[in-house]
Ligand binder design. Structure first.
Ligand code: FAD
Length: 355
């Protein structure tokens, strides 16, 4: 079956919904196609104890403040799922689920969006498919030799299945630190990071990160000197469970090992640590395979953009993947602004095309 719509948004997580909010305000005809069965994007799949690194009021999409979660300064992932579920209902966003987009193709003046449930033709497309769906594993010698269990952040749910086991957690970002803290009390934990872990000061959370990113964007917009981004503040937000584990001395990290051996990991000096499981908290890559037919891929698997617009295809916008599609655009509070810019540019493009 073939449908037509002025705009197709691919992905119904927070970025797709923020796009929908602004497309609706501009009176455009659009549809959001989402591969999940239920609302909430990646937040439905994170580990049980995950809490945001910003308070609710600093984790809101355009139009509607995230309500406070009773008893929690930092809301949990389930609270975010409930917020996103309510958000799409409240704004009557036209989300079709489950619909997986297989490929976006040029088709004369239109873009043709092929899915597992039919075809959509559109004058513009916003891709907002996130990164959770493309876990990244570094190349490490001996990976196939390890006889224990290996999993990525996306497969980790709770410490229960690892109680009393020897677990190696790899990764010095927020996921690595939070999962290490989650496991520290119940397992024999070895936390491994490529460089020594860099904790943000305890009184700095996502609010300060967002304010720093905003100040930098303003400075750059106004042609002033670059004030430096959030990277200089540190890598790990010391959310309460991380802080507690660190202060009890449970988060001492070791440097990266050089290879895996059948029963554990081995460092360059020959020392070993035995392990039943290795959890790779080594990040993600943007989910862009549905855009392959457009042949836009540049370096590091990314697509070159100006703002959110693809340089090689002005009818395509990319939203929410990281700073390369707008400062802080891969956060709840940060995606609103690039979503508004994408919707405005598309509106202008459609108006110009109609005259
Ligand atoms: P997603 O939530 O991944 O949504 C994308 C949607 O697109 C999904 O529903 C997916 O199924 C769908 N999709 C993918 N491919 C297709 C396809 N081909 N066809 C149709 N649909 C498709 N941000 C904060 O603001 N605060 C935090 O505290 C915070 N903590 C985080 C902690 C972790 C561990 C991680 C990984 C991220 C965190 N983030 C945080 C960052 C960010 O807010 C999330 O990654 C967020 O889920 C990104 O939203 P999104 O809409 O871009 O992508």
């Amino acid at each position: 079956m073939t449908h037509t719509s002025q705009v197709v948004v691919i992905g119904g997580g927070q970025a797709g919904l923020a796009a929908g909010y602004h497309l609706r305000r501009l009176g455009l005809d659009f549809v959001i196609l989402d591969a999940q069965i239920t609302p909430g994007g990646a937040w439905q799949h994170t580990w049980d104890s995950l809490h945001l690194f910003s308070p609710a009021a600093y984790s809101s999409l355009p139009g509607r403040l995230m309500p406070t979660q009773i008893g929690e300064t930092y809301p949990d992932a389930q609270h975010v799922v409930e917020y996103l579920t309510d958000y799409e209902k409240r704004y009557e966003l036209p989300v079709e689920r489950p619909v997986r987009v297989l490929g976006v193709h040029r088709d004369g003046p239109l873009l043709r969006v092929e899915t597992d449930s039919g075809t959509w033709r559109a004058r513009a497309v916003i891709s907002a498919t996130g990164a959770w769906w493309r876990p990244f594993l570094p190349a490490v010698s001996g990976r196939a030799d390890f006889e224990g269990r290996q999993l990525h952040t996306v497969e980790y749910h709770s410490p229960d299945e690892f109680t009393g086991r020897r677990v190696v957690v790899v990764g010095g970002g927020n996921s690595g630190a939070q999962i290490a803290a989650d496991l520290a009390h119940a397992t024999q934990l070895t936390w491994v990071t490529q460089r020594p872990p860099s904790f943000l000061a305890d009184d700095i959370d996502g609010r300060a990160l967002f304010d720093t990113a905003t100040a930098r964007r303003r400075a750059l917009d106004e042609g002033r000197t670059d004030t430096g981004g959030v990277a200089s503040l540190g890598d790990i937000v010391a959310v309460p469970p991380v802080r507690a584990a660190r202060d009890r001395g449970l988060l001492a990290a070791r440097p990266m090992f050089s290879r895996l051996v059948p029963d554990g990991v081995e460092w360059a000096d020959g020392t070993r640590s035995e392990a039943d499981a290795i959890i790779w908290c080594t990040g993600f890559r943007p989910t862009l395979s549905h855009l392959t037919p457009l042949q836009l891929r540049g370096g590091r698997g990314r697509i070159a953009t100006e703002g959110t617009r693809a340089v090689g295809e002005p009818r395509l916008h990319l939203l929410g993947y990281g700073d390369w599609t707008g400062p802080a655009s891969a956060t709840l509070i940060g995606v609103g602004r690039p979503a508004r810019e994408a919707a405005r540019e598309i509106s202008a493009l459609l108006t110009a095309g109609a005259t």
